[in-house]
Ligand binder design. Structure first.
Ligand SMILES: Cc1ncc(C[n+]2csc(CCOP(=O)(O)OP(=O)(O)O)c2C)c(N)n1
Ligand SMILES: [Mg+2]
Length: 1035
């Protein structure tokens, strides 16, 4: 490929300043010699067609020829052969001896050759026609009539491409002549009006000929206009795969390919009736309610149904969808088929909420529905993922859920499960998450084997004109990065839309790659039904008011074609209106709103029938010694034959082996034990994030690499038990928003998997803040949807500067829903408290506790997100080790680790209790020992910060009646845990005593950039922590 590129680059004309010498200095000789023989030895002017824009065309032709000499016209084949064989400059495309014989096989062209004394002219004219065909293929979409209003340019450019000969509808000779004159004067095509009726042989890169291999130029142009310049604009020529390009050309160029039977036309009309009358019904009944109606893009409903029908026909039985506000209710009603009364009752403000949580408004809720597809008679499950207002945020979530569903049903190629993502034009262009999601589309551990994207391109975003909203010609250009074909289509031509959707679904099932359908439409009302669009888009809306609705236009067309008659059409409308009226009457009986009915991912069997956890207990998270030893042994070995690992890694594994012999674990081994044991119990584990396979801090090494065989790897975790669940560990793309969203979606699909996302450093989570704020924190409250995702966030101040020092615990803690001022009165305190919280936040100080909290995540009878602040220096800290004894059956996660030294033996004598969490514990114990204050100061570790262990900390505080209570943290005072802990700690003691603070001053940055300052600050906080007079004057 590199050689091809180099060759082609050298085909480009030399500029005046590029002497032969300078080029040959910079470019090493390539093994293929075509260009060297030609380009370097003579000015390219000798081959005039290699100048200017045509050189790109020649390059492409050259690539095609290199791949397959038959894929280019014979004349090109000869030309490239000659040039490669060393023909002198300017002579390569002169008539070679074999030319006449080769052309003799071409019936039409043969006569031309013989009649033409100048074969050069013949070659040039064919070249010109090929260029013209290619120009339509590449740029025809710029001419296509995409805007139903006829006033806007979908590509934001009113000029026409210079190399396309076009008229509007039919070939207008005057226009043609003028264009031809311009092109001829520009020396581009060299064709003339007189060439219009000449017959040209068609290259294999076009299908416009149908069964014919040659056509008159006039017909060539007509057919190209039909294929590329009507209501469909096909953007695909950037795709660097010949087979895929040919596939698309065939779908759009083949004469007469866009045919519909009368039955299909009637189905399309009926679907448009539903879509249109649904919005009209809502408007009639609730004229002042926001619904983000679909008016102006009613064709979306038949479009989606077509994609689903075609995909179902191809074997798909589960479609997962994500979409924004526009037309969501219509999609729920007419695509997913949510009962209409369930939708209508949502407009009733007197409805009482039946479920726990705060709920959400109707156009954000999700849905899951299994039914028969009437067109294919096959079962199909449709799920619409609940989404926040944050546009496009649901994209990676949908992809993650789709991947999980594929994974669980063994669909390794995406033949059974697929995703459809809907977008608004402004959001698709503006939101970076769209790009991040596209970049997951072809990665082995993240691909969903092709997504169909549908853009409701109403050419406006709220009040903003596209010209102010994007710099790219189309809102869809982001899709080009993954070589996805883009089909722009005028949404007022329902048949063109349905055709394009069929092709999109077929593309997905053929190539398993993403594809985009861009429905160029308009928005009949304001952004919502209350908005006045004339304030900002007066002229556009004057035009919109004149615009006939698409249903009316299409009905008129079908009536004129005799496909339906007026009474049949009216009957179809009346039938659907009646369905709506009856559902409306039934909706009045609904008194209670069950958000549960809007769940996008039910977990059958996990809960009781009425959606409750099966128990309110959590068994011991300990493990028997045998299993611990076995996992430890596998973790310290290479479980396959003839596999050479790096010498440094051998030492690491040896150390692990020794730890196992000594019945101890460090952080990495504790994680191994937790994962390995859950795998044995059939729990799938998926760990994803940047560089997680080795571990950013080189401590994990879950994927071993053979040092002698390229790409040979081994994952020992998958060699633990005979029938174990699979372990997926995957280095992700460099994205947080996209990847965290994806993993959240993955975790949504099943409660029987432990899905973990690790931030490279904790502070990077903030580029995924939207997923945390809109999904993870309030997901259950808004959508009654539980999720057990685990976030591993490396955190801790190590004197390495302000970046990567803090995972911002204060932010997670601020979003916890437990009341700081109320001591919860609960039975089964610890489990019930977990059940009622919105997420769990922990900072473990021992590997054993890390092990337990990971296992607890699965052994709990419900699912909650778990945020773990994970250590950096503790990964290798000699004291941060745990004994097997702390992990055996009967042991469990310790929410609080009380002091067990001299202070605890004589609690009445203790003068101060230091409460802390995480790694500062090790600094405190070292300092206490150095000061010989073990009997004076107790150190209590709060391992689970939220939900706050009120019960255990109350006990701790009461145990030391004479002691001062101090919260100690290494983070700055306005950061870390202090603001969260202090009021809660005071609640545990009924506010009987102050809670003092030992830690760094408030600061803007998470840490100093100066190592010395860091150490001084640390010493100062330790001094405060152990100076028993520190708070005397403040009391
Ligand atoms: C991330 C984000 N930023 C801003 C908004 C506010 N907002 C809601 S709709 C909208 C315009 C969306 O335009 P478009 O994507 O074209 O969809 P349309 O409403 O036209 O269907 C904006 C800016 C939002 N919902 N999400
Ligand atoms: Mg829009």
């Amino acid at each position: 490929m590199l050689n091809l590129r180099t060759c082609a680059a050298k085909l480009r004309p030399l500029t005046a300043s590029q002497t032969v010498k300078t080029i040959s200095q910079h470019r090493p000789a390539a093994p293929r010699t075509f260009q060297q023989l030609r380009c370097y030895s003579a000015p390219v002017a000798a081959e005039p067609f290699l100048s200017g824009t045509s050189s790109n065309y020649v390059e492409e032709m050259y690539y095609a020829w290199l791949e397959n000499p038959k894929s280019v016209h014979k004349s090109w084949d000869i030309f490239f052969r000659n040039a490669n064989a060393g023909a002198a400059p300017g002579t390569a495309y002169q008539s070679p001896p074999s030319l006449t014989t080769s052309l003799s096989t071409l019936s039409q062209a043969q006569s031309l050759v013989q009649a033409q004394p100048n074969v050069d002219k013949l070659v040039e004219d064919h070249l010109a026609v090929q260029s013209l065909i290619r120009a339509y293929q590449i740029r025809g979409h710029h001419v296509a009539q995409l805007d139903p209003l006829g006033i806007l340019d979908a590509d934001l450019d009113s000029s026409l491409p210079a190399d396309i000969i076009t008229s509007t509808d039919k070939l207008d000779l005057a226009v043609f002549k003028e264009r031809l004159r311009v092109l001829t004067v520009g020396g581009f095509y060299g064709l003339d009006e007189s060439d219009l009726d000449k017959v040209f042989h068609l290259p294999t890169t076009t299908f416009i000929g149908g069964n014919e291999s040659a056509l008159p130029l006039r017909e060539i142009i007509r057919r190209l206009e039909t294929a590329y310049c009507q209501h469909i604009g096909v953007e695909f020529m950037f795709i660097n795969d010949l087979e895929q390009c040919q596939w698309i050309r065939q779908k759009f160029e083949t004469p007469g390919i866009m045919q519909f039977t009368n039955e299909e036309k009637r189905t399309l009309l009926a679907r448009l009736v539903r879509s249109t009358r649904f919005e009209e019904f809502l408007h009639r009944k609730w004229s002042s309610e926001k619904r983000f109606g679909l008016e102006g893009c009613e064709v979306l409903i038949p479009a989606l149904k077509t994609i689903i029908d075609k995909s179902s026909e191809k074997g798909v039985d589960y479609v997962i969808m994500g979409m924004p506000h526009r037309g969501r209710l219509n999609v729920l009603a007419n695509v997913i088929r949510k009962e209409l009364e369930q939708i209508f009752c949502q407009f009733d403000s007197k409805l009482e909420a039946a479920d726990e949580g705060s709920g959400d408004v109707k156009y954000h809720l999700g849905m899951y529905h299994r039914r028969i597809n009437r067109v294919t008679d096959r079962n199909i499950t449709l799920s619409l993922v609940a989404n926040p207002s944050h546009l496009e945020a649901a994209d990676p979530v949908v992809q993650g859920k789709t991947k999980a569903e594929q994974f669980y049903c063994g669909d390794t190629e995406g033949k059974k499960v697929m995703s459809i993502l809907l977008h608004g034009d402004a959001a698709f262009a503006g939101q970076g998450i769209v790009y991040e999601t596209f970049h997951l589309s072809d990665l082995p551990s993240y691909t969903t084997h092709g997504t169909v994207h549908v853009v409701v391109n109403n050419q406006i975003g709220f009040t903003t004109d596209p010209r102010m909203a994007r710099s790219s010609p189309y809102p869809t250009d982001v899709a080009r990065v993954v070589n996805a074909p883009i089909f722009h289509v005028n949404a007022d031509d329902p048949e063109a839309v349905v055709y394009v959707c069929n092709v999109a679904a077929e593309w997905r099932s053929t190539f398993h790659k993403d594809v985009v359908v861009d429905l160029v439409c308009y928005r009949r009302n304001g952004h919502n039904e209350m908005d006045e669009p004339m304030f900002t888009q007066p002229l556009m809306y004057k035009q919109i008011r004149k615009q006939k609705p698409v249903l009316q236009k299409y009905a008129e067309l079908l009536i004129s074609q005799g496909v339906v008659n007026q009474p049949e059409y009216e009957e179809e409308i009346a039938k659907y209106d009646k369905i709506c009226e009856e559902a409306h009457a039934r909706s009045k009986d609904e008194k209670i709103l069950h958000i549960k009915h809007w769940l996008d991912s039910p977990w059958p069997g996990f809960f009781t029938l009425d959606g409750q956890p099966r128990s309110m207990t959590c068994p011991s998270t300990g493990l028997n010694e045998e299993d611990l030893t076995h996992i430890g042994q596998v973790a310290s070995s290479v479980p396959v034959e003839d596999f050479t690992i790096h010498g440094g890694l051998s030492r690491i594994l040896k150390t692990r082996g020794e730890m196992v012999k000594n019945r101890t674990v460090d952080w990495a081994l504790a994680e191994y034990m937790a994962f390995g044991s859950l795998l044995k119990e059939g729990i799938h584990i998926r760990l994803s994030g940047q560089d997680v396979e080795r571990g950013t801090f080189s401590h994990r090494h879950h994927v071993l690499h053979d040092q002698n065989v390229d790409k040979r790897t081994c994952i020992p975790m998958n060699h633990l038990w005979p029938n174990q669940a699979p372990y997926t560990v995957c280095n992700s793309s460099l994205s947080e928003y996209g990847v965290l969203g994806f993993e959240l979606g993955f975790a949504m699909a099943s409660p029987n998997a432990l899905v973990l996302w690790e931030a490279q450093f904790g502070d990077f989570h903030n580029t995924a803040q939207c997923i945390i704020d809109q999904f993870i924190c309030p997901g259950q409250a808004k959508w009654v949807r539980q999720n057990g995702i685990v976030l591993l966030l490396p955190h801790g101040m190590e004197g390495m500067g302000p970046e990567h020092s803090s995972a911002r615990p204060e932010r997670f803690l601020q979003m916890c829903n437990d009341d700081p001022d109320v001591f919860p009165k609960l039975d089964d305190f610890d489990v019930r408290q977990l059940y009622e919280c919105n997420w769990i936040v922990v900072n473990c100080s021992t590997p054993a506790n890390f092990f337990h909290v990971l296992r607890r995540q699965i052994l709990l009878p419900f699912r909650k997100p778990l945020i773990i602040f994970t250590p950096k220096s503790l990964l290798r800290h000699p004291e941060a080790r745990s004994s097997f004894d702390d992990m055996l059956p009967g042991t469990h996660f310790l929410r609080v680790i009380p002091d067990s030294g001299p202070a605890a033996q004589n609690p009445e004598q203790v003068k101060r209790v230091l409460f802390c969490t995480g790694k500062v514990y090790y600094d405190l114990t070292r300092e206490r020992k150095a000061r010989q204050m073990e009997a004076d100061v107790a150190i209590t570790r709060v391992e689970q910060l939220s939900p706050f262990p009120f019960d255990l900390l109350q006990r701790e505080a009461q145990k030391y009646p004479a002691a001062e209570l101090v919260w100690c943290q290494e983070e700055h005072k306005n950061q870390g845990y202090y603001d969260y802990v202090k009021p809660r700690l005071r609640t545990t003691i009924n506010r009987a005593k102050p809670v003092w603070y030992a830690g760094r001053e408030p600061a803007a940055a998470p840490a100093t950039g100066n190592k010395k300052t860091h150490l001084t600050e640390l010493q100062r906080l330790l001094d405060t922590a152990f100076n028993l007079d520190a708070f005397k004057d403040l009391a």
